[in-house]
Design a protein around this ligand. Structure first.
Ligand SMILES: *[C@@H]1O[C@H](CO)[C@@H](O)[C@H](O)[C@H]1NC(C)=O
Length: 395
């Protein structure tokens, strides 16, 4: 009779849960708390909807007759799961396949949820919004599709949201932008459309939305001054940005390339602690007149509609791309001097309305430097520079 009953239970998904309860009773109440049964059942459901890809052994330790707090990737505090890191995090592990079970929303003390790169499909369960203590949510490099649930805007403690390299569609919910504790938002390489919502968190340091299908303009106060890393490249964003950017004086990485931004580039942008400024392939216009010597190592303003003379303040940039604009006048001699002393490594000036470049034809441009500029009509007393120094842009 007992054997039969046991067999029946074995067929039942809850069998292991009962053995776990029996184990719990047999052990008496141990000094350390055993896992909350609600969390136990949630982990069982999560396990049932995910599997190791061939070559991954992540779930080998997930034996529900033992304490789940000892499973790989499960971290408990008392009787609750507080962190769930699904999949073998070692480099080269093939990751997991399957779906994210909605029961994940029952892990009521969860603060951290990650899934390693793999082939997890399906949508993000809206039940994620029940994880009131969630601070860190990272599910990147999988095949998650559907929309970002607007209810994630209820996760008031969320600091990191990384859903990059998936197949998410629809817009970025307005509610996400209202989360007060956000510091990292990484939604790059998806198929998100619609506009960029205003981000209100005053601790936001990283916003990466590149490679999506976002459009529309950014509201002037749409990004907080705490921002250090901003990438919006490869979208269809438009409108002026000078009022948005001129407030963001903590920026150290800026990539707004491959959009349709218009209007002027604010002069004070060049005073921010930026190491890489990528504004190429937009429709920025007007003169660019930094007020101090520019010390940003790489500045790419190519393929815009910038005009006026090239400012000598750019002479201290190492890699400078000003090609394919509407700059006029002479190339400042300070730029040429820096090029000859190999302080400038790349100087692209082709496809502008420049009338000349002052360069002594007897000097050699250092081999480590690249100069792409149309040959000037005259160069000092010589008719032209040596052709080896005179490379026409073919691109
Ligand atoms: C966004 O894409 C969806 C299809 O995924 C489409 O139905 C919707 O109209 C698009 N919205 C915008 C603003 O382009």
């Amino acid at each position: 009779m007992e054997v039969l009953l046991r067999r029946k239970l074995f067929m039942n998904a809850t069998y292991k849960f009962f053995t776990y309860l029996i184990l719990l009773l047999q052990c008496g109440f141990l000094a350390h708390a055993l896992l909350d049964p609600v969390d136990f059942l949630a982990l069982q459901s999560i396990r049932k909807s995910l599997n190791d890809l061939p070559g991954s052994n992540y779930f080998a330790t997930w034996d529900f007759t033992s304490d789940p707090c000892n499973f790989a990737g499960v971290l408990c505090d008392g009787d609750k799961v507080i962190a769930l890191n699904l999949g073998d995090p070692r480099a080269g592990s093939p990751g997991l396949t399957g779906r994210i079970d909605p029961a994940i929303g029952k892990l009521s003390a969860l603060a951290e949820l990650t899934i390693v790169p793999g082939r997890v499909i399906g949508s993000l369960p809206p039940t994620l919004s029940r994880l009131k203590y969630l601070r860190f949510l990272a599910i990147s490099h999988n095949f998650i599709s559907g929309e970002i649930p607007p209810s994630l805007g209820e996760l008031h403690g969320l600091q990191t949201l990384d859903l990059s390299f998936n197949q998410l569609t629809g817009s970025i919910p307005f509610s996400i932008g209202t989360l007060p504790a956000l510091s990292n938002v990484i939604l790059c390489h998806n198929r998100l459309n619609g506009s960029v919502p205003p981000f209100l968190s005053q601790t936001l340091t990283r916003l990466d939305l590149k490679h999506n299908d976002l459009s529309g303009s950014l509201p002037p106060l749409g990004l907080p001054p705490s921002l250090q890393y901003l990438s919006l490249s490869w979208n269809r964003l438009s409108g002026p940005l000078d009022r948005v950017l001129s407030r963001l004086n903590q920026l150290n990485y800026v990539d707004l390339s491959m959009n349709r931004f218009t209007g002027p580039i604010p002069a004070n942008l060049f005073t921010f602690p930026i190491t890489n400024l990528q504004l190429q392939r937009n429709q920025f216009s007007g003169p660019v007149q930094p007020v101090v010597q520019v010390t940003i190592p790489t500045v790419d303003l190519s393929f815009n509609r910038l005009s006026g003379e090239i400012s000598p303040t750019f002479a201290t940039v190492q890699n400078l791309y000003l090609n394919n604009n509407r700059f006029t006048g002479q190339v400042p001699s300070s730029l040429v001097d820096q090029l000859l002393s190999a302080s400038i490594q790349v100087l692209y000036l082709q496809h502008n309305y420049l009338t000349g470049i002052e360069i002594n034809p007897t000097v050699e441009i250092p081999v480590s430097s690249s100069l792409y500029t149309p040959c000037p009509d005259k160069a000092g007393t010589e008719k032209a520079r040596p052709t080896s120094q005179c490379i026409e842009w073919k691109g």
